[in-house]
Design a protein around this ligand. Structure first.
Ligand code: FAD
Length: 510
């Protein structure tokens, strides 16, 4: 007999609930623990997983394989082309190794939940057991509801309930130990699995060498790196988080989203590490920077709860898999159904200018070049470019959502959908539709010296003073033109009026 842990987006061995439970089961039964991870190119395609993210996951698997091998536990990784075949492949694997217990952490996306349900059915039919655990959120979805028993659709009261729930159930923040070592005889039974190699990144997701090199140095993989990052941030910068989190030129945030998305860091560990620096165990008291950082980490839980409560938001991305200018709007569902009727523009040249960072709005272009280069974009800039796409260009927000998933190394369906819904005003607890960011004011406020723009838009690097925010409108036109920087593709005031009319007409308001 043997116990199998199925790794998914929980790519760490410390503080991994299902892995720990699997290890306990194996220890009690005196049988080996085996770990498996399935790489499915078709799954990556269906979920728009970016090459940067796939590459990060494969690099992480190497770290896990090594760490598990030190505990005499094998990690077996196999490529299965068709995603529908994954459950059957896992069952076959269990049969090959005489395993009858499967453990996994739950993923809340609709496809994944369906797959998990299928897995449970298959296990039951074979007389195997399958145990699935809540692990990715600090507070499991379904645990919080309003006084009248409804789901929260507004962040602030949800957050109050989230904090109260964690205070009341403090064990939610406890860490799970790494798995116990396989005893020597158990190790011998599964010895051949140690020799299996981890497959390479699938062809459809391979990064060009130059990009791979850059991303490897920017985003080292694995849980040790994740803990180092969060500890360093909490030691050095969390105290100033409130004042500095909105300045993209400054490293004021933790840069751990890639780790939370891949599961190389647990949300529990992030919060524990921050709490340990505070003067109090309360999450909503003490040092301001710590409080506000914890409330940001909680946004991640919030959007996962939203996905579980209203899974129809997922259909948005599943049906948007069509060419940029032929999205079938009727099948796409924003959180707010009344926002389904907005007449979006599908102006291909505007969309391409946005994707390529050539809109003539320096802050927007800097941000779009950052995502293309780093697989990451600062949160303030994510809001600026999302608002610009949906409101200034009036382009269907789902095209932006998709572009982000295809490029982000930290792409996470729930947070991305939530962020786009917020910025385009069609989502849960959104920015009101009439609040339209002025890119110039955002630029002056959050990149006052233009350092972020100069870093990412080298054509403008020599432009001095405030002209950096709007070279054509502020006396640096000759210089900008000479450097090949484009003129603004829209006039903000006109596009603002156009967006207000389109939103009002779409939602049937005067
Ligand atoms: P920090 O400020 O240090 O925050 C710590 C952690 O808290 C983050 O790593 C993240 O896990 C969580 N967090 C912070 N802000 C948010 C937020 N607004 N929503 C959800 N979680 C948050 N985040 C993703 O992880 N994946 C995405 O695909 C994603 N897409 C986004 C799209 C848009 C349009 C917007 C506006 C936001 C999106 N975010 C996404 C949220 C946020 O921008 C990133 O989590 C953040 O920039 C990551 O940087 P950090 O780790 O330095 O964050």
């Amino acid at each position: 007999d043997a116990v199998v842990h199925w790794f998914k987006m929980d790519l760490r061995i410390t503080d991994n609930r299902a892995l720990w439970e699997a290890s306990e089961k194996a220890r009690e039964a005196g049988v080996p623990l085996i770990c498996i991870y399935i790489v499915s190119p078709q799954d990556f395609e269906a979920h728009l997983t970016s090459p940067a993210r796939v590459d990060f996951m494969i690099r992480t698997l190497h770290v896990i394989k090594k760490d598990l091998a030190a505990l005499d536990i094998p990690l077996y990784v196999e490529e299965v082309e068709k995603r529908k075949e994954i459950p059957n492949r896992i069952i076959d694997f269990m049969e090959e190794w005489g395993a009858s217990h499967l453990f996994a952490n739950m993923e809340y996306e609709v496809d994944e939940l369906r797959r998990e349900a299928k897995m449970v059915r298959l296990c039951t039919a074979r007389g195997f057991s399958m145990d699935v655990f809540h692990d990715t959120c600090v507070v499991p979805p379904g645990a919080l509801h309003t006084g009248s028993g409804k789901q929260y659709a507004v962040y602030t009261p949800w957050y109050r309930a989230w904090v109260a729930h964690v205070h009341k159930n403090s064990e939610l923040l406890n860490a799970f130990e790494p798995p116990s070592r396989n005893p020597p005889d158990a190790r011998d039974k599964v010895a051949t699995l140690f020799d299996c190699d981890i497959p390479d990144v699938p062809e459809n997701k391979k990064l060009p060498d130059e990009d791979a090199k850059r991303l490897h140095s920017l985003w080292p993989a694995g849980e040790h790196e994740a803990m180092d990052r969060v500890e360093k941030f909490c030691e050095e910068r969390i105290g100033q988080y409130t004042e500095r989190r909105n300045i993209p030129a400054y490293a004021g945030t933790a840069s751990i989203s890639v780790h939370l998305a891949a599961g190389t860091l647990s949300a529990r560990a992030a919060i524990r590490t921050a709490r340990a620096r505070n003067k109090t165990k309360k999450l909503d008291a003490g040092i301001q920077g710590i409080q506000s950082w914890i409330s940001e980490v909680a946004w991640r839980d919030f959007y996962k709860h939203v996905l579980v409560n209203w899974p129809y938001i997922w259909y948005a991305i599943s049906y948007s898999a069509c060419p940029h200018n032929s999205i079938s709007v009727n099948t796409l569902l924003p959180f707010k159904p009344e926002y389904s009727n907005i007449e979006w523009s599908y102006n291909a040249s505007h969309f391409v200018a946005w994707c390529e960072g050539r809109t003539g709005f320096p802050i927007v272009d800097a941000a779009m070049r950052q995502i293309r280069s780093m697989g990451y974009m600062h949160n303030r800039c994510r809001m600026i470019v999302a608002s610009f796409l949906a409101k200034d260009l009036l382009i269907d927000w789902r095209m932006g959502e998709r572009f982000f998933m295809e490029h982000l190394i930290d792409g996470d369906f729930a947070s991305n959908n939530g962020g786009w819904g917020f910025s385009s005003s069609v989502g849960v607890d959104p920015q009101p539709y009439f609040r339209i960011f002025n890119p110039l004011l955002q630029s002056e406020k959050f990149d006052p010296d233009g350092d972020y723009i100069r870093k990412w838009v080298p054509e403008l690097a020599e432009i001095k003073g405030k002209a950096i925010h709007d070279p054509y409108g502020r006396g640096a036109a000759v210089q900008a033109k000479k450097a090949g920087y484009p003129k603004p593709i829209v006039d903000h005031k006109e596009s603002r009026d156009r967006a207000l009319s389109a939103y009002k007409a779409g939602i049937g308001r005067d």
